[in-house]
Ligand binder design. Structure first.
Ligand code: PEP
Ligand code: MG
Length: 309
């Protein structure tokens, strides 16, 4: 097989035999967005909107939010951007939402769960996102964090469409959502796998706990098997399955994710070229066999060793 080097990536995400795999950036601020656009991102696969709220002791107005989002979207006029609604709670508590003390914040009222109690906060954010999309000319879709069931996904998609935004998706980062990916994909237009939280919840291992880093290794076969199930569900209904956790930034793992059915990969700007080159170096069938090796491995180390496209 051919081997592209970093310098050889031409900026178009696809396998060697032409299957499109969008190479996208994760951003959380205007600076991130400019850096990602300069680095050649084909769009944004995860825009973390928390930045607009952090440190705010009251909810930013719709106008404030709209202007803040438009600044992030501006470098991506005409390109796809997935805006994630507020992922508050757990490690990102917000004063104005005051959810109270929780014994297990990672298992508590976080992400979309906050919106079930306070849907008007979500609706105001959606109004601001729709406005920012119009201001910037970016092709905006919206997705929710921490979705557990198809019912939650349908509830969210309905509010997104009511706000005049055409494409609604959800993150798959809770194991229950991975297991019900087929039903979730009926309710939404796309899903994006958050491997950081999905690993944390699959292994019952806090993602911030250094001592548990081996369990949170994205090469863990159990995690890869779950990702493969989501990819298969996406193939069956022909809808996009992105990966936007740290796993997507590992050039060796990127091909495995593509082999498992990922149709886009989203990462920090610094990894775009390496990942773009890795994906364009081999045909889809080579990645599919690498994916079989990695999922059949008994350890992450064995997977890394044997999963070569
Ligand atoms: C994830 O959980 O993998 C993810 C991309 O979201 P965050 O890191 O913001 O929780
Ligand atoms: Mg997450």
């Amino acid at each position: 097989a051919t081997r592209a080097t970093e310098a050889e990536w031409d900026g178009v995400g696809r396998t060697e035999d032409g299957h499109p795999v969008k190479v996208l950036a994760n951003v959380g601020s205007p600076e991130d967005a400019r850096a990602a656009a300069e680095a050649g991102a084909e769009g944004v696969g995860l825009f973390r909107t928390e930045f607009c709220y952090l440190g705010a002791d009251r909810e930013p107005t719709v106008q404030t939010q709209r202007a803040a989002y438009a600044e992030v979207l501006a470098p991506f006029a005409g390109k796809p951007v997935v805006v994630r609604t507020l992922d508050a709670g757990a490690d990102k508590p917000l004063a104005f939402l005051a959810m109270g003390e929780e014994p297990n914040p990672a298992l508590g009222v976080r992400g979309l769960r906050v919106a079930f109690d306070r849907p008007e906060v979500l609706d105001r954010q959606l109004e601001a996102i729709a406005g920012a999309a119009a201001d910037s000319g970016a092709e905006v879709s919206v997705m929710a964090p921490m979705v557990a069931t198809a019912e939650e996904a349908a509830w969210f998609a309905e509010r997104v469409r009511a706000a005049g935004i055409e494409r609604a998706g959800v993150m798959i980062e809770v194991p229950a959502a991975a297991l019900c990916a087929a039903e979730i994909l009926q309710a939404v237009d796309f899903v994006s796998i958050g491997t950081n939280d999905l690993a944390q919840y699959v292994f019952a291992a806090d993602r911030m706990a250094g001592a548990l880093a081996e369990l949170n290794d994205p090469w863990q076969p159990a995690l890869l098997r779950l990702i493969g199930m989501i990819g298969e569900a996406g193939r069956q209904v022909d809808k996009s399955v992105g990966v936007c956790g740290e796993a997507a930034a590992d050039p060796a793992l990127a091909g495995v994710l593509v082999g498992l059915g990922a149709t886009s990969l989203s990462m920090n700007a610094g990894s775009l070229h390496q990942v773009g080159a890795a994906v364009s170096a081999h045909p889809l069938t080579a990645f599919q066999s690498a994916a079989r090796e990695a999922t059949a491995a008994s350890t992450p180390a064995q997977g890394r060793q044997s999963a070569k496209p």
